[in-house]
Ligand binder design. Structure first.
Ligand code: ZN
Ligand code: ZN
Length: 348
């Protein structure tokens, strides 16, 4: 069954579906474009595109008819009495769609958005292979960067070198803005790299990923340059223990918030509960942040096929930060860790 047919079945509606969001169109048709409209009726799936994409889409898309934005397409749209559009569209997007689809009634639908996000959260074998390839490249970038980490090298240079390596070796782009933070700057979980140079004894936190064949990877490692102080070693060991604890409870059927709690409890018990503010993890796929989230407020349950990060951290203001992030494929009995970079520290 195609993804479009599965979506139609999941929603069990006779109404038309109008998909506008780029990532949803990409998921349902397996064709990436910045512009397009996918109309799904009970009997047809039609992808309308402008001239920039028509030729490539006609050759690549197999699960929908590819047509230009023309009168015939909008006639087909208008034949639907009611049309569901995605709940996540902006007010301006809905208003502009409504103008084009009169006389059909256009209904922003949370069910539609949720159904696509639910489908995207469970990866098939082809998606998993792409995610693994993206991570393989990211692991290689981590090996590469270790030769560049020394006193005097700036955060911006580290971030650029990571991105350059990934691009040079096949990535379409970085999956998100690369984070490279040194010393006290590392206390900001999502700080922006600047001209700060590595100093002796600094912890360096690097959070980076590649986008390859549309799919993202996401990993974080914190390493020491020179000799770190005792507290740096202490919080590193706590974060690694928290991450190990969370990884060990992951399997299909477990509450996402229980995974978060497994990591959080270790950090709290070590006395650093106030210094771990963000969620333990998130789904990764076509987007670097997608369902399901692993947070204390999450109501989702892990399913076989989810790909989620596990990334606890401790951030001591004006002092230092540590975060360790792997991502895993959830199975019936546990999980397969897709991140192979070293994280156990070399004991002195
Ligand atoms: Zn990350
Ligand atoms: Zn992440």
């Amino acid at each position: 069954m195609t993804r479009i047919e599965r979506l139609r079945n999941a929603l069990a509606t006779e109404r038309g579906l109008l998909i506008e969001t780029a990532v949803s169109r990409q998921y349902l048709t397996e064709f990436a474009s910045s512009d397009g409209l996918l109309l799904i009726t009970p009997t047809r799936a039609v992808l309308a595109m402008d001239s920039r994409y028509l030729e490539a889409a006609s050759a690549a898309v197999t699960d929908a008819e590819v047509v230009p934005y023309d009168k015939a397409f909008f006639e087909l749209v208008k034949q639907c009495k009611e049309l569901l559009c995605e709940y996540t569209l902006s007010y301006a997007q809905v208003a502009s769609l409504a103008k084009q689809t009169i006389p059909a009634e256009l209904i922003p639908s949370r069910e539609l958005s949720d159904a696509v996000s639910q489908m995207r959260a469970v990866k098939d074998a082809k998606e998993l292979a792409r995610i693994e390839a993206a991570q393989e490249l990211t692991d290689a970038a981590f090996v590469h960067i270790q030769d560049h980490l020394r006193v005097g090298v700036t955060e911006r240079q580290i971030a650029l070198e990571l991105e350059f390596f990934m691009r040079k070796n096949g990535a379409q782009s970085a999956a998100f803005d690369t984070i490279a933070l040194t010393g006290a700057h590392g206390s900001m979980p999502h700080g922006v790299p600047d001209d700060r140079p590595i100093q002796n004894g600094d912890l360096v936190t690097m959070d980076f990923g590649a986008r390859l064949d549309g799919y993202c990877s996401d990993m974080t490692r914190t390493v020491a340059v020179g000799t770190p102080d005792a507290q740096a070693l202490e919080i590193y060991d706590v974060v690694l223990a928290a991450q190990t604890a969370a990884l060990s409870v992951i399997r299909a059927g477990v509450d996402c918030k229980a995974v978060d709690e497994a990591a959080r409890a270790v950090i709290r018990d070590a006395g650093y509960g106030d210094y771990f503010g963000h969620a333990t993890g998130h789904g990764v796929g076509l987007e670097v942040h997608e369902a399901p989230g692993l947070s204390p407020r999450s109501t989702a349950v892990l399913q076989e096929g989810n790909v989620v990060t596990v990334e606890p951290g401790i951030y001591l203001p004006q002092k230092m930060g540590v975060r360790i992030e792997d991502f895993v494929f959830v199975t019936q009995n546990g999980c397969k860790n897709l991140t192979h970079s070293q994280k156990e520290r070399k004991k002195a």
